[in-house]
Write a protein that binds this ligand. Structure first.
Ligand code: NOJ
Ligand code: CA
Length: 544
């Protein structure tokens, strides 16, 4: 039997995602930074989280919010310095908070020294082999080398200019043109990332979130996707989820396991097929991966039950840690999603501007919070979830920064609306996010006055109070930290399950109030109970 000591820290952790640019500004330039985050670590400790995951804070021209990394060992000056990062890690650890960084292996920035060196180098040179440079198709090479499309829209290839000023080879970028893809067939790329992992592990980092993990390996022939992608066998798509990718993460796991204390590897793996997804969770690969099926699921009992069952089943195969995610920096905030008629989410159909009843969305978000924080495994909280922030859908077009906006021909407003700076205090923007009269890099809605940390701390009925209490109970109750989960009988539209020896959770998503299951004590409820559990309400109960 595993002792408390030998259970890895992430198995029942609440991990809080800090999108640094929008968390807190420490130097009054309108952009969140490490100093601002350090000043608010006490807030996070009081919230009751176990770890922070930072989106990339490395040196970056910010073509994709830092996912275009120019140096994996340096901090971007707008965020601070390496010594700020080291101090933050030490201070977080002193508060019992672990630190997880984001690593971006699929691509770097076009300002990364390797890409800068590749551009003037000859076709076929070692400098170019670290990326994918290819001649174009068509009589004058005027067509991209293949039919792959960028995730942000348009071709995944950009043409370079030769030393003679004439159009020359093309290079591959599955995301923005400023994000050239690495060629993982080149041993230098492998060695470099292994060294980067060690660099940060040696500085006390407790784990990595692996960006775009399933895209890293490419078909060496760079074959066309063609008209019928469905005809590819598993692991045979030219760039999604190829079998070769697993070897890379096995070597990373070996490095993580080489450290005496537990270092986590968490995959960002978007795959429709649970079987293929689970392969990333084998004993010698990632410890866990984000549960996007749960995030995208409609807030309806049958669909949720199916996702929970599938998740538990696919993870049981390898005893991997399950995860529960409601929001992150790439999706429409769940208060807004849940306030819509259709609550399911699709990455390629954000439905920005579609009517959303924020009051209903907030009530649903409260119930969903007690659902996600009571399931076995790691729970993720995206900054601002704990305040009940909604998606800001009316940002002025000229301020939009997400590459989705331009690359989609201004049809997809992209992800800026979930990245608006946090409201900390006060009656008007910038709500304590920044000072010295600086303007936050994205404007906050005046209505967030009711959602500041300062206001919510004073209100026992606030979203923040719900998170604080739920996280405290989760820490206190061994049943909620256990892996034991069993469904209990419940009417249609209601989820009811036991956790561990003595906790029962009921989430009423039906239109009728339901009776409270037999219990000894009510631990917490997402809304008023009136002796029964009203619709859109969740409750945690303890039995003797
Ligand atoms: C996934 C990240 O979460 C997203 O923000 C980013 O744009 C892409 N990967 C590319 O790095
Ligand atoms: Ca700043």
């Amino acid at each position: 039997m595993a002792t408390e000591q030998s259970v890895p820290w992430w198995t029942a952790a609440a991990i809080y995602q800090v999108y640094l640019r929008s968390f807190a500004d420490g130097n009054g330039d309108g952009i969140g930074d490490l100093a601002g985050c350090r000043a608010h670590l006490a807030y996070l400790a009081e919230l009751g989280i176990d770890a922070i995951w930072f989106n990339p804070f490395y040196l970056s021209p910010m073509a994709d919010g830092g996912y275009d990394v120019a140096d994996y060992r340096q901090i971007d000056p707008q965020f601070g310095s390496i010594s700020d990062a080291e101090a933050l890690i030490t201070e977080a650890h002193a508060l019992g908070i672990r630190v997880v960084l984001d690593i971006v292996p699929n691509h770097c920035s076009d300002r990364h020294p390797w890409f800068v060196a590749a551009l003037p180098s000859k076709p076929g040179s070692p400098e170019r082999r670290r990326f994918y440079f290819r001649p174009g198709r068509g009589p004058a090479g005027e067509l991209p080398p293949n039919d792959w499309q960028s995730e942000f829209g348009g071709s995944a290839w950009t043409r370079t200019t030769g030393p003679d000023g004439l159009p020359a080879e093309w290079y591959l970028h599955l995301f923005a043109p400023e994000q050239p893809d690495f060629n993982w067939g080149d041993p230098a790329v492998r060695a470099e990332f292994e060294a980067v992992l060690r660099f940060w592990f040696d500085r006390g980092v407790d784990g990595f979130r692996v960006d775009s993990a399933a895209l890293v390996a490419k078909d060496p022939g760079l074959s066309d996707i063609g008209e019928t992608p469905a005809s590819y066998g598993p692991g045979m798509h030219p760039f999604v989820d190829r079998d070769e990718v697993h070897e890379i993460y096995r070597s990373w796991r070996h490095i993580a396991d080489g450290y005496p204390d537990k270092r986590a590897l968490i995959g960002e793996v978007w795959l429709p097929d649970q079987e293929r997804f689970a392969l990333y969770l084998r004993d010698d690969e990632f410890h866990s991966a984000f549960n996007f099926d749960f995030l995208c699921c409609a807030l309806e009992a049958p669909a949720l039950r199916r996702v929970i069952d599938d998740t538990l089943a696919s993870h049981a195969r390898f005893a991997a840690t399950t995860t529960w995610v409601l929001s992150n920096h790439d999706v429409v905030r769940h208060v807004t999603r849940y306030g819509r008629g259709k609550t399911a989410f699709k990455m390629d159909d954000r439905r920005i501007g579609e009517a959303s009843d924020i009051e209903l969305g907030t009530r649903r978000a409260r119930a969903a919070t007690l659902l996600s924080l009571s399931l076995p495994g790691t729970a993720y909280i995206y900054q601002g979830d704990e305040l009940g922030l909604w998606e800001v859908e009316d940002l002025p077009e000229e301020l939009l920064q997400d590459p989705f906006w331009e690359r989609s021909g201004k049809t997809d407003r992209g992800r800026d609306g979930c990245r608006v700076p946090m409201p900390w205090a006060g009656q008007a923007p910038p709500f304590g996010f920044t000072d010295n009269g600086a303007t936050p890099w994205l404007p906050q809605p005046q209505d967030w006055k009711a959602l500041t940390v300062e206001t919510e701390l004073l209100n026992p009925a606030s979203m923040l109070a719900l998170y604080q209490s739920a996280l405290a109970i989760r820490r206190r109750e061994p049943s909620l930290r256990s892996r034991t989960f069993a469904w209990e009988d419940a009417p249609d539209g209601v989820l009811c399950y036991s956790r561990g020896d003595n906790v029962v959770v009921l989430v009423n998503l039906s239109p009728e109030p339901v009776a409270l299951p037999e219990h000894d004590k009510i631990l917490i409820a997402s809304g008023q109970l009136w002796g029964r559990v009203p619709p859109v309400t969740a409750v945690w109960l303890r039995r003797k």
